[in-house]
Design a protein around this ligand. Structure first.
Ligand SMILES: [Zn+2]
Length: 129
């Protein structure tokens, strides 16, 4: 299919797909007359790119993840998996805190050990005192 149809099915502008091609993330075939020709396979890859972008992956990272011959592929994936696990822990902690606050009977949250625990710095790398 032409780039216009591919972009419409993805819900993006055509320049987005041209940019992803420039970044060598998803490279369509060309027709004999030189037009971009996206197959269903390309469309599935484009959807994967969108999903990856939604969770904050950059185009260079996505390119490395999608292409088996990228030398940094495993390192990029390992780093992202660790990042996702860290974020999940942070979100779990935030969820526990918020659920507790609903039921907390202390007049000041600083007087509640459970509430105060949420204020304690969890990662030493991110704090600057
Ligand atoms: Zn509390």
């Amino acid at each position: 299919m032409r780039i216009g149809e591919a972009a419409a099915r993805l819900g993006v502008a055509t320049h987005v797909l041209r940019h992803w091609e420039d970044e060598r993330v998803v490279i369509p075939q060309r027709t004999s007359s030189g037009h971009r020709d996206y197959a269903e396979e390309h469309l599935r890859r484009l959807h994967i790119v969108q999903s990856c972008q939604r969770v904050g992956l950059s185009l260079p990272e996505i390119r490395q993840i999608l292409h088996r011959d990228e030398p940094e592929r495993v390192a990029v994936i390992d780093r992202r998996v660790r990042e996702i696990r860290r974020l999940r822990e942070e979100l779990d902690t935030a969820e526990r805190f918020l659920s507790h606050v609903l039921e907390c009977r202390h007049d000041f949250i600083t007087r509640c050990a459970e509430c105060s625990a949420y204020a304690e710095p969890g990662d030493e790398a991110g704090s600057h005192g």
